[in-house]
Design a protein around this ligand. Structure first.
Ligand SMILES: Cc1ncc(COP(=O)(O)O)c(C=O)c1O
Length: 385
């Protein structure tokens, strides 16, 4: 019974007890194909043998030493993230929201060090989601997330998606940073497109504004490149990661480009748990897989899935649009919540975001056969509705 649980989530009655690859099972032995992956988290699926072995081994060796002491994985994982992202240095966090907090603090400190302590504001985009702590919520646009908790951090300007004139005007007011998701996740798998992202990069450079790419949902290889912004040839000043980076353990990261690595100094920021041996051991397994060819698999499976979704779009009037890239895809349909519920009843886990987008964030290890099966369930469900 859940009477002692604060009801911030509406949970389904099924109790999930185990999983294998892209399949999860409930206590009664029913199985589902998991195309949500714990909301973009379970990059290696469920029960991944290499991950389980590494975690078992690490649990028996060392769980926690704090950030006051070295352990074998801090430098290794930071180095891998730097190489994969083309950026310079990493601060580890426990979540996406904490990665956002770090990014915002870092941007203000960097402006201060550049002789602009007055540049404290932030520009963010409508539809953007950056987390639920006070700072992260302040740059998250949705009224339903914000209003009950006002007042939030002052000095945030929101600009409509696609409105480059509005963005230019907001940046000319000299904020500390612009924060955006290259592909908005909660905002409905909305891809701003390379032209918009490059224009935003140029406007930031022109106005001395730091560019923060929130890659918590679209990053860590989800779209087939380690950072989604790389599809547009962009290296942001600051990027954030979380969700899949440790394949299910709570971990995030705030990464900075060359030149910003000295911004935060001892005492400026910290975390008791972040970057501990267990989560970083998990991250090491994920990063090794990405370095070892998993990114190509994500691209191939993403293309297969997207082509199948385009086929459904052509056949079913219920589908208005296919969105996204790699294994971050969405179907826009006015009946999003009905579709999502009917898919669940037929054994496919997805979710509905932004009111009308059925969202797919399957594990990176999804097979071609599992994608075919998901498309079959979608076809039947859309047909039945
Ligand atoms: C783009 C983005 N940023 C930040 C967050 C916040 O991450 P967390 O829930 O780990 O705090 C999320 C979570 O959905 C997200 O999608």
């Amino acid at each position: 019974m859940d009477e002692h649980v604060i009801r911030t989530y509406v949970r389904r009655p099924e109790v999930f007890v185990s999983g294998e690859g892209c399949v999860v099972r409930d206590a009664d032995g029913h199985e589902w194909l998991d195309f949500l992956g714990g909301i973009a988290v379970s990059a290696l699926g469920h029960g991944h043998a290499g991950l389980v072995d590494a975690l078992r081994d690490q649990a028996g060796r060392l769980l926690h030493v704090s950030n006051l002491y070295r352990h074998p994985y801090t430098e290794d994982v930071a180095g891998r993230i730097a190489r994969l992202s083309g950026m310079e240095a990493v601060f580890f966090t426990n979540s996406g929201a904490e990665a956002t907090e770090c990014a915002l603090k870092l941007a203000r400190k960097a402006q201060r060090m550049r002789g602009h302590p007055e540049r404290t504001g932030f520009v963010a985009l409508e539809g953007g989601f950056h987390g639920r702590t006070m700072g992260a919520l302040s740059v998250t646009s949705g009224a339903k997330y914000r209003e009950p908790f006002a007042p939030l951090v002052p000095g945030v300007t929101f600009v409509n998606r696609g409105d480059l004139d509005g963005l230019a005007a907001a940046l000319r007011a000299e904020p500390a940073a612009l924060i955006l998701e290259p592909i908005q996740g909660e905002g409905g798998i909305f891809d701003h497109g390379a032209d918009y992202l490059r224009a935003a990069r140029d406007l930031c450079a022109e106005t001395g504004t730091l560019l923060i790419h929130d890659e918590v949902q679209c990053g860590s290889g989800r779209t087939g490149k380690f950072l989604c912004g790389a599809w547009s040839g962009i290296v942001p000043d600051i990027a954030t990661l979380a969700k899949p980076i440790a394949a299910g353990l709570p971990m995030g990261a705030c990464i900075v480009a060359e030149g910003l690595e000295g911004t935060l100094v001892p005492g400026d920021h910290g975390s008791t748990f972040a970057g501990g041996p267990l989560v970083l051991r998990a991250a090491q397994v994920v990063l090794e897989a990405l370095e070892g060819g998993l990114l190509d698999e994500v691209t191939a499976r993403g293309e297969q899935f997207r082509a199948g979704l385009e086929g459904l779009h052509a056949r079913h009037g219920l589908v208005q649009e296919v969105r996204g890239r790699g294994l971050m895809l969405g179907l826009r349909t006015e009946r999003g919540p009905d579709v999502q519920k009917a898919l669940f009843d037929r054994g496919l886990i997805t979710n509905c975001t932004a009111g009308d987008v059925v969202r797919f964030l399957p594990p990176y290890i999804v097979t071609a056969a599992e994608i075919d099966r998901a498309l079959e369930i979608l076809d039947q469900t859309l047909g039945a509705l």
